[in-house]
Ligand binder design. Structure first.
Ligand code: UDP
Length: 320
């Protein structure tokens, strides 16, 4: 198949591209390298077509979608740090850019996989988070929730077009981590702490560190994405793609210190110090994984320690 991957030079996108190439597909990547990195495509570079440009160019998007059989839309403004620092850029990319991709898929009758996020659920207290659950968000004056809202618009748009024949699926990612994480790009707690631990700098724990996440190794993230994007049973359906093993940020920090043999201490940092005034965090985030298991036969299987070990190996080879 001819597959277009937007955001294919990104942290998750590039792993997806590697898998698609190995499966024998003809892959085109559209990426503006805002948080992506062309080095992420080293493995597949000679097998793909790489277009360095933005999804905000509707004519380019239209042309690339027309030539594809199926589209994986992963390009987005991502990472809480980036969203809070530059909310406008992220909002425009995540609404206008996504609309360009979705509407081109409608026009040319292409299958669409829309990558979304567990941020969709906001700060709900209901665990685990099931795909049809209520969303609980804070005020529009809190920049963070703009990301959740923009992604929700994309989901709404794709689901509404599905009623008019668009073949689509949505995947909501839960804290993916693995090789190619970039503290300067997508960011994330795993990237930050790994960098800090290997430099023997203090690991920054925001708040009291009792907040939890379900860390999902990138190989699992990609497997769920592929199945949702290629399986006909997935059409019209939204899936959580994540591991359901919950870890506190305190435990993550301790594990990273232990695994790296670092001399780092823990440095507690208030949310305000890191993100400025008016920041809200998500206290817990746990996916209900039953739908992905039932419909796609997918279950994240890689343990945190094992995934961190693989990430660490890559990190040591890359950032020496
Ligand atoms: N966090 C932290 N130290 C860091 C980076 C993040 O304690 O250096 C916390 C962050 O405040 C949040 C959790 O780790 O509670 C996960 O943050 P991340 O940005 O990775 O993803 P999120 O789940 O918030 O989208």
């Amino acid at each position: 198949m001819r597959v277009l991957v937007t955001g294919g030079a990104g942290y998750i996108g590039s792993h997806l591209v590697d898998r698609l190439v190995k499966l024998g597909h003809e892959v085109t990547v559209l990426d503006d390298l805002s948080t992506g990195n062309s080095a992420n495509l080293a493995e597949s570079r000679s097998h793909i077509r790489f277009v360095e440009d933005t999804i905000l160019d509707d004519r380019l998007v239209d042309k690339l979608v027309r030539r594809a059989d199926t589209v994986f839309h992963l390009a987005a403004g991502v990472g809480v740090g980036n969203i809070v620092a530059k909310p406008l850029d992220a909002l425009i990319t995540n609404t206008r850019g996504a609309e360009n991709v979705i509407e081109a898929c409608v026009k040319h009758e292409k299958r669409l996989l829309l990558a979304s996020t567990s941020e969709i659920y906001g700060k709900t207290g209901k665990m685990p988070m099931s795909e049809d659950d209520d969303r609980v968000l804070g005020s529009t004056t809190i920049a963070r929730w703009g990301y959740s809202t923009a992604k929700a618009i994309d989901e709404h748009l794709a689901l509404a077009y599905a009623q008019h024949g668009l073949r689509m699926s949505v995947v909501r990612y839960f804290n993916s981590y693995g090789p190619r994480l970039d503290p300067k790009g997508y960011g994330s707690v795993v990237a930050n702490m790994m960098r800090q631990a290997l430099a023997d700098e203090p690991l920054t724990v925001h708040g009291d560190g009792t907040q939890t996440r379900c860390f999902t190794y990138v190989e699992d993230t990609v497997e769920g994405t592929l199945r949702a994007g290629l399986d006909a049973k997935a059409e019209g359906v939204v899936f959580n793609v994540g591991n359901d093993r919950e870890t506190t940020i305190n435990d993550l920090a301790a594990l990273i210190i232990e695994m790296t043999g670092s001399r780092s201490a823990i440095r507690r940092m208030s949310y305000e110090e890191r993100y400025g005034k008016g920041f809200e965090d998500t206290k817990r985030r746990v996916p209900d994984v039953r739908r992905a298991a039932d419909v796609l036969g997918f279950r994240a299987s890689i343990e945190l320690r094992d995934g961190l070990e693989r990430t660490l190996q890559w990190w040591r080879n890359t950032y020496r």
